[in-house]
Design a protein. Structure first.
Length: 355
């Protein structure tokens, strides 16, 4: 008697020719419970996966052709769940049709992360699907897992808000953060800007340079504030200054907050260790240990480090992750695993290569 393979969930990756989409396809092709049945793209439609991502030339999906996404019905006919890895604004045009057809959607852009009134100011467009926006669940699995499990539409968090909210939410919950704004200093590698070439992210402009960008109006600022409210029930103002650094992958976010009277290095580290003790993808470092983004590259792990500076009564939390994995594709698969009732860590890498 031969074993019949059990039915697998059919999934689509729209924006498969981009950096986040490419990493999604790479990880999904090793997922035992899903089958990638649709790859969508813009200008790369008609080419094969192996042509647009030569690193995937040996993947079983290498010869699959990328298709245009001008017919949403073709996407929802092919798949029960779609990942939208499109530029901001494009996802909120496409996703409503897929959702109306009954598909589940995980959006990696910022199109479903904020409230409708925030979009003109922070993203420069009026939100076209406010009904679906109000149903979207913010996809931070460690803090909002129950809501994600029952969602049809998940807004995958941004790469900077992920370490910031994971680092701060439990400390707010434990009363270890006092009154006052949170200051966040961010560093990102150039892949955070996507695959399209631009002068500002070119080798010539980036190599040997470290420079701030889009401060104080980066769109992750209101996302951090809203996510802290969703995850910890606090209303907190955030000042955020991101910097571009000359590396390909990786994000480090250093958060400075007023320490409350009961906060010490010991209490903040123990609080984070307790909050994430059963979580496979959050590594809280011991007292005195320092994060290193290199240990997170190509993994779905986020490293968190925390301490209190008693001289200035400042609480510092530092988070590091791979922007394309825990900051995008890996977290999206973690959300998918929850939405489909699968074991949450299925097909997600935890162990980094080093050096
Ligand atoms: N890069 C990161 O670290 C990161 C982290 C978290 C979230 N995100 C978010 O994830 C999304 C994708 O980011 P990315 O870095 O992968 O960008 P990317 O490398 O520039 O890829 C963009 C993708 O969207 C497709 N596309 C663009 N316009 C389209 C259109 N009108 N119709 C159909 N397809 C279209 C492109 O197809 P063609 O190339 O074939 O035209 C490409 O596949 C963005 O919203 C980004 O903010 C990115």
């Amino acid at each position: 008697m031969t074993d019949t393979p059990s039915a697998r969930y059919r999934v689509a990756v729209v924006g498969a020719s981009g950096y986040a989409g490419g990493e999604l396809v790479r990880l999904l092709s090793q997922h035992p419970a899903v089958e990638v049945t649709f790859l969508g793209a813009g200008s790369s439609a008609g080419r094969t996966l192996g042509e647009v991502h030569p690193n995937l030339a040996s993947s079983p999906l290498a010869s699959m052709q990328l298709r245009p996404v001008d017919d949403p019905a073709a996407v929802s006919a092919a798949a029960e769940l779609a990942f939208c890895c499109l530029p901001h604004g494009a996802s909120s045009s496409l996703a409503p049709s897929l959702l109306d057809d009954g598909a589940k959607v995980i959006d990696l852009a910022g199109d479903f992360r904020l409230e409708a009134g925030d979009y003109p100011e922070w993203y420069g467009f009026e939100h076209p699907a406010q009904g679906w926006l109000s149903k979207a669940v913010y996809g931070l699995p460690e803090l909002l897992g129950e809501q994600i499990a029952g969602a049809q539409l998940v807004a995958n968090p941004g790469c900077f808000p992920t370490p910031v909210v994971l680092g701060l939410a439990p400390l707010f919950g434990a009363g270890l953060i006092g009154e006052g704004p949170i200051r966040v200093d961010g560093k990102t590698g150039v892949s955070g800007a996507g695959r399209a070439t631009s002068e500002s992210t070119s080798f010539s402009a980036s190599d040997g340079s470290i420079r701030p960008y889009r401060a104080p109006l980066h769109q992750h600022t209101p996302e951090m504030e809203r996510a802290l409210e969703l995850a910890a029930g606090v209303s907190s103002a955030v000042v955020f200054v991101p910097h571009l650094v000359p590396t390909v992958r990786g994000v480090v976010a250093t958060c400075y907050a007023p320490a409350s009277a009961g906060a010490s290095t010991e209490t903040v580290v123990r609080c984070l260790q307790q909050a994430y003790s059963g979580e496979p993808f959050v590594r809280v470092l011991e007292l005195g240990e320092m994060v290193d983004v290199k240990r997170t590259i190509a993994t779905n792990t986020v490293e968190l480090q925390a301490f209190v500076d008693p001289r200035t009564t400042t609480l510092v939390v530092i988070g590091a992750l791979d922007n394309l994995i825990k900051g995008a594709a890996g977290q999206a698969i973690q959300n998918m695993n929850l939405m489909l009732g699968l074991e949450v860590s299925t097909a997600l890498p935890k162990v980094a290569a080093y050096p």
